[in-house]
Design a protein around this ligand. Structure first.
Ligand code: NOJ
Length: 570
C-alpha cells in the first residue's frame, strides 16, 4: 500500500522537526574534515603541561603522609602491570625544583598538578590530624611556580582517596565522602587560595566511577556492576557542588579564583551519519560519558537519555527503582551552575553504532548504553591500546560542549599520546604529529567560537600510568626509572611544543616544518645521553658503593696489620 500524501507530509514534517531540534544542539551529520589551518590563538591563551600526585610524586610514606587507595591497590600483587607501584615514581616530591626549571625553559604559562589528600590529611579527616609537612611541600611548589611566572592549576582529587576513608566508609559509595572532601577542599582554599586561582575539584570522575567501582581495574578495585558507578558519580557530583558553594560563599570575594571540574571524554561519531539509529547511539555514547557529569552541573539533572535507558532496563530487571540515583528538586537547583570553567580531557575517538543488550543479562554501565564502539584500523595507534589518533574528533567534541552547555569557558586539562615501554627513542615524531594535529583542531574550534582559554599537554613527565604501571609513557620528558636518580630527558616534542608556545599557534607552513626538523636534530644528542645512562648508572654505583667499601676494608686491614706489628715489637 502506498503511503497517503497526508501521512507522507506528516512524516516529512517529523523528520524536519527532528533535524531542526538536533541542529540546534549539534549537527551530527556534518562530516567535513578540513585541511590544516595556519593561524594563532587569541592573545593571553594559556599553554601548560600536567601531572598528578600519585603518578609523579613518589615519597608514598614520607614526612607523615597517609596511605591512599592507590598505595594499597598497587601493593597488591597482580593489580598493576609488572606489579609496578607509585612508591617512588618520578620522585617529583624531591625533584620539583628541577621540574619547575624544565617548565620555565619551555616557557609554560601554567602547570596543572594535584594535591594528594592523604599527604595533608593522613586519615582523610581534617578534625583528626593536619600534616604540616605535606602542606609545606605544596607551599614550596606553588611558590616556586609563581616565582617563575607559571600559574598553578590545582586539582583536588586525582584519584588518591585516603585509604582510611575507603576502609571505614566504603569510599565514594558512601555519601559521607561529600563532607570529608569538602573539609579537605576548604583546608586547601584556606592554606593555598591566596596564591592558587584555578581549582579543579575532580579529575575525570568517569574513570573513578567506572574503573574504580564498576570494572575494578582501578583502585579501590570494586566490581559493583550496574550500580557502583552510578552511586559513585552521584556522590562525586554532590561533593563537587558542595565545594563550589563553599568557595563561592567563603572564599571567592577575597581570593577571586575559579572552581571547575575536569571531565574526560572521547568523541563518538556515528558509523553511518545518515542513519538515525547510529546518530542516536553516538549521542548516547557522549551523554553517558560527558553528559553524565556535565549536564547536572550545567542544567541540574542527568541527561534525559540516561534516565530513560537506565530506568527502562532497571524496570525490565524487575527492580522497583532505577539504578540511576535521583536528585531531589533542592539538590538540582543546588548543583546547577556550579562550574566556573570546564576542564576538558580528551585523547581519542570511537565510531559508534546501535547494539541492543537485553536487560537482565549481566547489566552494567556498558550494556545500559545499547551501543557498540568501533575503530578505523587506519587510525594511528602508537602507544596505549585504547588511544587512536583522530584529531578531527577533538574539534567536534569542543563544538559539542559549546552547543550543549552554553559555550562555557574551557580549559583543556589533558591531551597527549603515549608510547610503549621499550621505546627509548626520544625522537618522538608521532607525538609531534599528534600534538600538531590535535592543537590545530583546537585552533579551528576557537575559530568556530568555542571559548577555549588554555591547553594542557598530558603529561610533563613519563609517569605511573595507573594499571599499566610504567609501561606506557605519556611524557614530554622521558624519565629513566631504572636509574635511582630518575633523570629526565627531553623528547623531540619538547622542542616542538616550546616553539608552538612561543608562536602562540602555527604562523605558517615553512616555519612549522622547520620546528619539526630542528626538534629532531636536537633530540639525537639527548638520545646519546640516554644511551649512556646505564654506563653512568654503573659508574655511580662504582663511586657510591664500591669505592667506599674498598676504602673501609683497606682502613680495617691496615689497622689489623698495625696491631700485629705493634704486638710483635712489644
Ligand atoms: C586521564 C587521567 O586523568 C590521567 O591520569 C592519565 O594518565 C591519562 N588519562 C592517560 O591515560
Amino acid at each position: 500500500m502506498q503511503p497517503q500524501p497526508c501521512t507522507l507530509r506528516t512524516f516529512h514534517l517529523l523528520v524536519l522537526v527532528i533535524c531542526i531540534s538536533a541542529s540546534e544542539d549539534f549537527d551530527w551529520t556534518r562530516s567535513e574534515r578540513s585541511a590544516f589551518h595556519y593561524g594563532t590563538f587569541p592573545t593571553g591563551f594559556s599553554w601548560g603541561a600536567g601531572s598528578s600526585a600519585y603518578q609523579t610524586e613518589g615519597a608514598w610514606n614520607v614526612d607523615g603522609k597517609g596511605v591512599s587507595i592507590w598505595d594499597s591497590f598497587s601493593h597488591k600483587k597482580g593489580k598493576i602491570h609488572a606489579n609496578d607501584t607509585g612508591d617512588t615514581s618520578c620522585d617529583g616530591y624531591y625533584k620539583f625544583k628541577d621540574d619547575v626549571a624544565l617548565m620555565k625553559d619551555m616557557k609554560l604559562n601554567h602547570y596543572r598538578f594535584s594535591i594528594s589528600w592523604p599527604r595533608i590529611l593522613p586519615t582523610g579527616r581534617k578534625s583528626e590530624h593536619i600534616n604540616e609537612r605535606g602542606i609545606k611541600y605544596y607551599d614550596n611548589l606553588i611558590n616556586m611556580l609563581l616565582e617563575n611566572k607559571i600559574t598553578p592549576i590545582v586539582t583536588l582529587y586525582h584519584w588518591d582517596l585516603p585509604q582510611v576513608l575507603q576502609e571505614k566508609h566504603g569510599g565514594w559509595q558512601n555519601v559521607s565522602m561529600v563532607n570529608y572532601f569538602n573539609d579537605f577542599a576548604n583546608l586547601c582554599f584556606e592554606r593555598f587560595g591566596n596564591r592558587v586561582k584555578y581549582w579543579i575539584t575532580f579529575n575525570n570522575p568517569w574513570s573513578v566511577a567506572v574503573e574504580g567501582y564498576e570494572t575494578g581495574e582501578h583502585a579501590p578495585g570494586l566490581r559493583l556492576k550496574g550500580s557502583g558507578a552510578y552511586r559513585t558519580a552521584h556522590h562525586i557530583i554532590k561533593a563537587h557542588a558542595k565545594v563550589w558553594h563553599t568557595y563561592d560563599t567563603q572564599w571567592r570575594s577575597k581570593q577571586k579564583g575559579l572552581v571547575g571540574i575536569s571531565l574526560t571524554a572521547d568523541w563518538g561519531e556515528p558509523v553511518d551519519v545518515s542513519n538515525q539509529r547510529d546518530i542516536e547511539a553516538a549521542e548516547r555514547y557522549i551523554q553517558f560519558y560527558l553528559g553524565w557529569f556535565a549536564t547536572p552541573l550545567f542544567s541540574g539533572d542527568y541527561p534525559q537519555v540516561m534516565k530513560d535507558y537506565i530506568g527502562r532496563k532497571s524496570g525490565q530487571q524487575g527492580l522497583g527503582a532505577s539504578r540511576l540515583p535521583v536528585f531531589s528538586p533542592q539538590e538540582k537547583s543546588y548543583i546547577k551552575g556550579t562550574c566556573d570553567f570546564l576542564g576538558l580531557g580528551h585523547f581519542t575517538t570511537r565510531y559508534v553504532t546501535m547494539k541492543n543488550y537485553p536487560a537482565g543479562l549481566g547489566d552494567s554501565y556498558f550494556t545500559d548504553r545499547d551501543l557498540a564502539e568501533l575503530v578505523d584500523p587506519q587510525w594511528p595507534d602508537p602507544g596505549s591500546e585504547w588511544l587512536y589518533s583522530v584529531p578531527w574528533g577533538f574539534r567536534r567534541l569542543l563544538n559539542f560542549v559549546k552547543s550543549q552547555y552554553g559555550n562555557p569557558m574551557i580549559y583543556v586539562t589533558e591531551n597527549g599520546v603515549s608510547e610503549k615501554m621499550l621505546c627509548t627513542d626520544l625522537c618522538d615524531d608521532w607525538r609531534m604529529k599528534y600534538y600538531k594535529d590535535y592543537i590545530n583542531e583546537m585552533l579551528k574550534a576557537v575559530k568556530d567560537g568555542v571559548n577555549v582559554k588554555g591547553y594542557t599537554a598530558w603529561s610533563l613527565l613519563d609517569n605511573f600510568e595507573w594499571d599499566e604501571g610504567f609501561s606506557e609513557r605519556f611524557g614530554l620528558f622521558y624519565v629513566d626509572f631504572r636509574n635511582k636518580n630518575k633523570p629526565r630527558y627531553p623528547k623531540a616534542s619538547v622542542q616542538f611544543y616550546k616553539r608552538l608556545i612561543s608562536s602562540n599557534g602555527f604562523p605558517n607552513q615553512r616555519e612549522v616544518d622547520i620546528w619539526k626538523r630542528k626538534a629532531v636534530e636536537t633530540c639525537s644528542s639527548s638520545n646519546q645521553l640516554l644511551a649512556a645512562d646505564p654506563l653512568i648508572g654503573h659508574m655511580e654505583m662504582v663511586t657510591e658503593i664500591v669505592v667506599p667499601t674498598v676504602c673501609t676494608l683497606c682502613i680495617l686491614l691496615s689497622a689489623v696489620f698495625l696491631m700485629f706489628l705493634l704486638r710483635g715489637r712489644l
